[in-house]
Write a protein that binds this ligand. Structure first.
Ligand code: PMP
Length: 356
């Protein structure tokens, strides 16, 4: 049976990459040893880090006054790493809370600073007034999550926040569309959706972002910067997989092409759901619907578990919505091919017509 993996992360890896990895696990680059044995102090690994950085610079069109770090601890570690390395944020940041992940980071920042931080809850019905409030406070920085993986709410246009310096969690939509860096100070993303497997987090930030602070060694950004992301033993295999994925993005036509295909795939599914609103309800409001995670449910919720069980029996896996939201979540990351979405829509439609 063909398996169609729509999981929210860790998520599908393109077959070509899996084949290359399989080879390299036995014999990396025909060197006679496994990629799993590669020393982080070897020239080969140092070169790998440099290649990852230079490919991210070119794929995302990152201006040259930015720097890149590859860190461990997942996206969640950033909730501590960022405030620890920039104490002035304590009185100089507000949050746009659009879902679970921005809320978690908000609470971690408040805890770290032991201080109330201003925030606005995402409100699509009054979005203009929300933008007004966001812009008319005294804080220089605004934190947001570009794609809320659980709720399926996404911001792709950061220019609407033009008066703020942005710190963005891009864990579930990095490298899936082009964006402008004009008002971006810091972005970070765990790798396990569009950049490979868990273990490494990409941080891209203005060179003057961090402040001096007397921190313990792993927490201190200056250690990671001075050692080019190999301060301690880094997640070598995750970095290796990331390089494979970045090469695959380039071979697939680059980010413009990837964005175009992501839009086509997402639109197909949203159009189908919109055409059948007597059967389905969508989680995210129009204008903020995610291309990365399409979250919906049956109006008759008693159908959800029957459908999800049938999905698994037919090879459509990873589709259950997060337990906090329920329903169905179709993760439409870069690695998801158009026929996978088309097959899923046909399967869904067959279920609807079968009147189960
Ligand atoms: N932010 C977002 C948007 C996420 O989707 C996730 C995890 N899925 C996280 C943060 C937390 O990532 P991690 O598990 O790597 O800490």
């Amino acid at each position: 049976m063909k398996i169609n993996n729509f999981a929210a992360g860790p998520s599908k890896i393109p077959k070509k990459i899996l084949d290359e990895i399989t080879y390299d696990i036995n014999d990396y680059n025909n060197l006679g040893y496994s990629i799993l044995e590669l020393s982080h102090r070897s020239d080969l690994f140092q070169d790998m880090v440099d290649q990852v950085k230079s490919k991210i610079f070119s794929i995302l069109n990152v201006p040259n006054n930015y720097e890149i770090l590859l860190l461990q601890g997942g996206a969640t570690f950033q909730n501590t790493f960022i405030p620890a390395n920039k104490l002035s944020l304590k009185n100089n940041i507000s949050f746009l809370i659009s879902g679970t992940w921005s809320s978690k980071t908000f609470h971690d920042f408040e805890k770290y600073f032991n201080h109330d931080i201003p925030f606005q809850n995402f409100d699509y019905k009054n979005f203009d007034s929300l933008l007004h409030k966001v812009h008319h406070n005294n804080d220089d920085y605004l934190y947001l999550t570009s794609n809320e993986t659980i709720e399926g709410v996404q911001f792709r246009d950061f220019e609407i926040f033009e008066q703020k310096k942005l710190i963005i969690d891009m864990s579930s939509d990095i490298c899936s569309y082009e964006f402008n860096w004009d008002n971006i100070s810091y972005i970070f993303a765990g790798a396990q959706k569009n950049l490979g497997i868990p273990g490494v987090t990409v941080c891209i930030f203005k060179k003057d972002f961090f402040e001096k602070n007397n921190l313990t060694s792993y927490l201190d950004s200056t250690n990671h910067l001075s050692k080019n992301s190999t301060f301690n033993t880094p997640p070598t295999f995750s970095v290796y997989v990331m390089l494979k994925v970045l090469n695959w993005i380039n071979e697939s036509g680059g980010i413009k092409k990837i964005e175009e295909i992501n839009k086509i795939k997402a639109k197909k599914l949203y159009d189908y759901l919109d055409d059948n609103l007597s059967v389905f309800s969508l989680n995210a409001p129009e204008g903020f619907r995610s291309f990365s995670n399409i979250v919906f449910n049956f109006n008759d919720e008693s159908k959800t578990s029957t459908f999800l069980d049938l999905c698994i029996k037919n090879g459509f896996i990873g589709l259950n919505g997060h337990r906090s939201v329920g329903g169905i979540r179709v993760s439409n990351y870069n690695s998801i091919e158009l026929p996978m979405i088309e097959d899923f829509i046909s399967f869904l439609d067959k279920f609807v017509r079968s009147k189960q």
